[in-house]
Design a protein around this ligand. Sequence first.
Ligand code: LMR
Length: 333
Amino acid sequence: MRKWLLAAAAAAIFLAPGLGAAQAQIIIKFSHVVANDTPKGKGALKFKELAEKYTNGKVKVEVYPNSQLFKDKEEIEALQLGSVQILAPSTAKFAPLGVKEFEALDLPWLFKDEATYAKAMKGAVGQWLFKKLEAKGISGLAYWDNGFHMVSANRPLLHPADFQGLKIRISGSKIADQYFRNVGSIPQIMAFSEVYQALQTGVVDGCENTASNYLTQKFDEVQKHITMSYHAHLQYAVIVNTKFWNGLPGDIRTQLDKAMAEATDYTNSIAVKENEDALAAIKKAGKTTLHELTAAERVEWQKAMQPTYTWAKGRVGQEVLNLLAKELDVKMN
Ligand code: LMR
């Protein structure tokens, strides 16, 4: 009992009023910025369901979606300070933690399809990136998929020249910053929760995101044209504060690891379909015009954005690029 209490105290233990120590409950706050009705939103709720079930209620997971608790940058600080216990930020948002290497995953046209992405993240590069977090007191538990980015504005974006002068919201990655600069636009980092209003009021002209995020944030209502370019991939790293996680009683952590593994399989199994359904809903709503790139147009974009690869070496370093090149069996400059 004493061991359990000490371990729990080192973590985050809360006694519900009127309950004795025997019923002490560990509260895990899982904060994220998207809607419940998205792959990540559903994944977080699946983890809650399984974690509470497998620990027989010794753990209670509180999920806070939609930036309810914290916005992008704040949530990472909150994790370090211990005000939340689990996050699943997009890997484009890790530079403020001092780990820029994750941004290599944002390289344009890097993964040729979903299967290639999934295979790569299960390989050495995924684990290598998690190792980079260790020095920051953060542990990576899993990668969660959310498919490929589309891009939008109030004019059709079919050729690189169409981007000229547009202010484009990006989520944080300097790689995205580069590829949008390569096509003549002006990228601007902004918290996810502020994007709808910024698009509506013209603070920015356009953005990139996946269909599930466009739909649930209603971006399609404030963007006249969306191009289904699928030029870069959006994935999340589920992360915890290492001190908190390692301070949990061993039996509890085993159950939470199991819950996380299953929630991960679930999330990654629904991501493609969730985005297909979201795209169908956007089409049906008819508030925006959707564009597909022809093969020739895609090549134009790829050529225009290619300089990002050379630039990336100075940002993310050669090591992660080599790992990706090996994993994907491609040449990277
Ligand atoms: C964004 O900020 O655009 C995305 O990373 C939001 C998310 O978590 O999907």
